[in-house]
Design a binder for this molecule. Structure first.
Ligand code: ZN
Length: 310
């Protein structure tokens, strides 16, 4: 039983239209689902990814409109690494992002550092060898440079970068690659996970990360739940999130972990050719559609807008 890398990472945005413009237009990801927070349906939950909405490419946002600016602190992810095909792709992105008015910084890693409109730190990095390029199509982003998936994430911890080492390695099957640095190697994808010391407490709000989900084969999901519980984690029951099943637990470093299944995926309630175009509501909230459609800021899929004016 192996986790197949990362499934998705979920953040908070204070402005859904600005979030869509940045991720689905500037970065060229595909908006693959426009739904609401199942636990608070008056707010959007937006999903972006590759053409198919594959696990390993998914970034999601809850919108808390007007959420106050925030800062990551101990127990919170502070940087997300997005893959690009080659080191030469960083030149393309440096120029594209500057043209879009986004401040960028080159590092020796090599990487291109930037912040999204909510202040979330992103790094574009050459993709991990062996990770297949899972890309979205965008007319202004050639496939030789398009984002290939999420390659890694880094979190802050207050003191001991090794506090959760037993959980990560013995229970979840991560491989330790250095002090507070790990890799989770699955059947199809690898993901880098590491910690940096930062004793200050964070402030949750727009631009912070809410949780990270690891990718489980459908058949293994219940066994992952049992394994995490046996390691002393307080694990939720299996929750049906319509597009995958999920379990959650807060791990010893304070980061909220989820384990999510492959199935049924984002095409379960939309034509794969038109993902993310209509507001999808879970069955339990469908009766609220008229109110929600009045309440939620209208959001158009940038792809649908492009196709309409073509
Ligand atoms: Zn999640």
């Amino acid at each position: 039983m192996q986790l197949d890398g990362m499934h998705h990472i979920t953040m908070i945005t204070g402005d859904a239209p600005r979030n869509v413009a940045f991720y689905a237009d500037v970065l060229g990801l595909r908006l693959v689902k426009k739904t609401v927070n199942f636990d608070a349906p008056e707010a959007y939950h937006l999903y972006y990814g590759d053409e198919q909405g594959s696990p390993g490419t998914i970034l999601t946002w809850f919108e808390f409109a007007g959420a106050r600016p925030s800062r990551p602190g101990a127990g919170m992810i502070h940087t997300i690494e997005l893959g690009v095909p080659t080191a030469a792709s960083l030149d393309f992105w440096e120029s594209r992002l500057r043209d879009a008015g986004v401040a960028v910084e080159r590092t020796d890693a090599p990487a291109l550092r930037l912040a999204d409109p909510d202040g979330l730190a992103l790094e574009l990095v050459p993709a991990v060898e062996g990770n297949a390029p899972l890309q979205a199509a965008h007319p202004d982003v050639p496939a030789e440079h398009a984002i290939t998936g999420v390659e890694g994430a880094r979190a802050y911890v207050a003191s001991d970068v090794s506090r959760d080492e037993a959980l990560l390695t013995d229970t979840l099957g991560f491989v330790r690659t250095g002090a507070g640095a790990y890799r989770v190697d699955g059947p199809t994808r690898s993901f880098r996970w590491s910690y940096d010391l930062h004793p200050e407490r964070g402030v949750e709000g727009s631009g912070t990360v809410h949780h990270i989900a690891w990718h489980s084969a459908d058949a293994d999901h219940v066994a992952w739940r049992e394994r995490a519980a046996a390691a002393g984690m307080l694990v939720t029951p299996v929750i049906d999130r319509d597009y995958f099943d999920a379990i959650y637990f807060r791990q010893p470093q304070g980061v909220l972990f989820e384990v999510a299944t492959t199935s049924p995926g984002f095409a379960v309630d939309e034509d794969p050719a038109h993902l993310g175009e209509e507001l999808r509501l879970p069955t339990q909230h469908e009766a609220l559609r008229p109110q929600l459609e009045r309440l939620l800021t209208p959001l158009e899929s940038p792809r649908r807008v492009r196709e309409a004016v073509r």
